[in-house]
Ligand binder design. Structure first.
Ligand code: NAP
Length: 283
């Protein structure tokens, strides 16, 4: 069996196209488009790439988009003051503080300061709590994008053995919560787990580790759905996933490529969260 590829780029485009109409309606109703403010601190090169790409996507959709680029030496109090200003700004529906922040800043305190109604990253404990309790709220973008991919291939997680590898607050934990809410039987693996044994019995594997080719192709259960969130830059400069793609492709029914899989979906879901936040605030 050779797996069908899940084309994240094409699906992300479809998601973005689907947002245009509602964004337009919101703009007409209240006089201004959904808007997102992105806060970047310092000169982390990857953060710069991510923020540029988020801003470009927001602009393509006709959203309001503001980048606040602050010097790495900014104090925590100054950063919190900016967040408070954005919380109070009626034009701003979504606030995204790009991580990582410089070491002298308590990232948790900054994320806590974001108004949960504007927390389009879904990282605030209020939103994470709603997700865990199966209630509506703003959901972390990468796992939300994975769920959208499963929907696209008509994979219903209900009753399926799902294995999530990784337990970070931004991917693994919210991913597990979404799958629990979708009635999957969920196992969460981390650095102390027997990953091979768990993957072998999984009908759905979501790998979010950050270790190139950790998941061996031969572990994949024939017919499984394999979602590779990992983005690992090799010595050759190429991006590779957490899953050994070629051999896994020969066993899985569906698989995501890296790049061109989960990555583009994350930004599309950020835009979707911004529209959802604008919709809720416009009421
Ligand atoms: P993270 O915070 O570093 O978490 C990694 C998780 O993997 C941890 O829970 C860790 O376990 C687990 N782990 C590490 N080594 C392991 C091993 N040998 N066996 C089993 N589990 C192991 O990473 P993250 O932020 O969740 O990101 C994970 C990957 O996804 C990275 O490659 C990142 O670049 C990528 N990512 C992609 C997107 C996207 O849009 N495509 C978005 C976010 C992240 P412990 O908890 O025990 O330490």
């Amino acid at each position: 069996m050779t797996a069908q590829l899940i084309d994240g780029k094409a699906l992300a485009l479809k998601v973005r196209e689907g947002l245009k109409g509602e964004a337009q309606q919101i703009a007409t109703r209240r006089g201004f488009a959904p808007g997102i403010a992105v806060v970047r601190v310092g000169e982390d090169p990857a953060s710069k790439v991510y923020v540029t790409s988020k801003k470009k996507t927001a602009e393509e959709l006709g959203f309001g988009s503001w980048e606040h680029h602050l010097d790495a030496t900014i104090s925590q109090a100054e950063l919190l003051a900016l967040v408070a200003k954005l919380n109070a700004d009626p034009q701003v529906d979504g606030i995204l503080v790009q991580l990582p922040l410089p070491k002298h800043i308590d990232s948790n305190a900054v994320l806590l300061a974001v108004d949960p109604a504007k927390d389009v990253d879904g990282f605030h404990p209020v939103n994470a709590g709603h997700l865990f309790q199966g209630r509506p709220g703003l959901v972390a973008c990468t796992p939300a994008g994975v769920m959208r991919m499963l929907e696209e291939i008509r994979f219903n997680p209900s009753g399926k053995n799902a294995v999530v590898i990784g337990r970070s607050n931004i991917v693994g934990r919210p991913m597990a919560a979404l799958l629990i809410n979708a009635s999957a039987t969920v196992t969460v693996c981390h650095s102390k787990s027997d990953v091979a044994a768990e993957v072998r019995r999984a009908e759905l594997v979501v790998a979010a580790v950050g270790v190139k080719h950790l998941v061996k192709g031969e572990w994949v259960k024939p017919g499984a759905v394999v979602i590779d969130v990992g983005m690992n830059r090799g010595a050759d400069g190429k991006l590779a996933g957490d899953v050994e793609f070629e051999p896994a492709k020969e066993r899985a029914a569906f698989i995501t490529p890296v790049p061109g899989g989960v990555g583009p979906m994350t930004i599309a879901m950020l835009m979707s969260n911004t529209v959802a936040a604008a919709r809720a605030r416009a009421k």
